[in-house]
Design a protein around this ligand. Structure first.
Ligand code: LLP
Length: 444
């Protein structure tokens, strides 16, 4: 029997049989023993299957128009993950020199890598040109001049796209919505900045204008925003063709596909979404009298998020009387906001489950970390068996995206490792830090 709450919430190869929790057939108790806690556990076959499903959904829905999927490395990137993504036919979307270097270290060819960023350094742009990245996504007018100058210096042509602020507001928390007007990303469609960027790029003989880009936000469950952004980009493409006589070859519609974080929630059905988006684009192109462009997409969270869980060890358990009716059980784990900042930063909700059988009745619990802040909360509210106690293992699902990638060493806690399961023997693909690592950075 697989886990009763299975719905895209837990990794695909997680099973619970007779109260024994296994990932890829390996008991979680053994993984805790071998690799320690907290650890991020990655279901490798599950991850690869998700990547393949996303790729298939977009390529099948948009055919005969070509469609590529770039895995958004900001959600979580390591050499092994970049390799698996590339082996599944995905390209890699990077947002810094560090992410670019990691994709390259995985053996991903420059041509299969994209570089993003609202404030790329000259060194990052130059590195991208040196390795021949497939695209640099232009995010401001002054960046055009910088890319051009660096391309001239290297004697190469730079392939670029323009990130367009479409005005579409979508996504979860305000901090993760990215295409409304008053924020730092992209070039505004409404103000004419996007059109100006296109004209400037076309006037350069060292820049190749590939097309237009839009990313409207993250953790989006309603497909309407993607359709609105696609129509806006197709409209701009048609206008640009009229003005300049050039029909841009490609549209990148970004990432942002939402996943389940709690039992009962459902992730975006990507096959349905891709089909409906393809229909929208086909109809809009017909209305505008332009042929379909090539498409690309940049999912991060939806691929890595549900493929990982965090395994914690329970420490202190403290019943706190809240009212006459409610005692809240504060269940402390051996990590917290340093390995998952999302609850504190975005009010993100998570689920937790006890990794052993229990017949005890449920109590109202709050899973908290070990940091010196009352906002150090992993799960605001969850029912746990009343016999939860020190030494228990607790599993928190859907922590693969923006968990390890946003982890910190707050309170000088070493960051947890990432353990890959299901690809040969379980092994760390990102090593757990030690206090010695922290001290090694401290120059005294
Ligand atoms: N493409 C671009 C240009 C992006 O800015 C992002 C995310 C993605 C793709 C991938 O989006 P995804 O498919 O993962 O939603 N730290 C926040 C999320 C920030 C997303 C930033 N950009 C969080 O933990 O919710």
């Amino acid at each position: 029997m697989t886990h009763p709450e299975q719905s895209g919430l837990w990794p695909e190869n997680l099973t619970v049989v007779d109260g024994v929790w296994r990932l890829g057939g390996v008991p979680l108790t053994e993984l805790a023993e071998q690799f320690g806690t907290p650890s991020y556990l990655l279901d490798v076959p599950g991850l690869r299957a998700r990547a393949a499903r996303y790729r298939a959904a977009f390529t099948e829905a948009f055919a005969p128009a070509p469609a590529e999927v770039y895995y958004a490395g900001k959600a979580f990137l390591s050499i092994a993950v970049a390799r698996w993504m590339h082996a599944e036919g995905l390209r890699i979307d990077t947002a810094s020199g560090g992410e670019l270097a990691t994709a390259l270290a995985a053996g991903v060819p420059g041509a299969d890598i994209g570089l993003h960023g609202n404030n790329k350094s000259d060194a990052e742009i130059d590195q991208a040109l040196q390795v021949g990245v497939g695209r640099i996504v232009i995010d401001s007018l002054d960046e055009i001049d910088r890319v051009q100058a660096l391309a001239v210096a290297r004697g190469v042509r730079a392939p670029v796209m323009v990130r367009v602020t479409t005005g579409v507001h979508a996504g979860g928390h305000e901090f993760i919505a990215t295409a409304h007007e008053d924020q730092k990303f992209g070039l505004s469609l409404a103000s004419g900045a996007a059109a100006e960027a296109l004209a400037r790029i076309e006037a350069s003989d060292h820049l190749d204008l590939l097309g237009l880009h839009s990313h409207i936000g993250s953790q989006i469950l309603d497909p309407a925003g993607f359709a609105a952004a696609a129509r806006a980009l197709l409209g701009l493409r048609a206008e640009h063709a009229e003005r300049s006589g050039t029909l841009l070859a490609e549209l990148d519609l970004g990432g942002g596909y939402g996943i389940a974080y709690l039992p009962g929630q459902h992730e975006v059905d990507i096959t349905t979404l891709a089909r409906s988006l393809a229909r929208t684009c086909t109809e809009e192109c017909a209305r505008l009298g332009t042929p379909m462009p090539a498409f690309s997409f940049e999912p991060g969270r939806a691929i890595i998020g549900p493929s990982m869980l965090t395994l914690y060890r329970v420490g202190t358990v403290k019943p706190v009387p809240v009212s006459a009716e409610l005692t809240r059980w504060y269940v402390s784990v051996d990590g917290g906001m340093s390995d998952n900042i999302r609850p504190a930063l975005y009010d993100a909700e998570y689920h937790a489950a006890l990794v052993r059988p229990s017949d005890a009745g449920p109590v109202q619990a709050r899973v908290v970390g070990k940091h010196c802040e009352s906002g150090d909360i992993v799960v605001h509210q969850v029912q746990l068996p009343g016999d939860v106690r020190t030494g228990d293992l607790l599993a928190v699902p859907a922590t693969g995206a923006y968990g390890r990638s946003m982890a910190s060493q707050y309170n000088l806690l070493p960051r947890p490792g990432v353990v890959a399961v299901g690809d040969g023997a379980p092994r760390e693909i990102v090593r757990r830090e030690t206090v010695a690592d922290i001290l090694a950075l401290d120059l005294g």
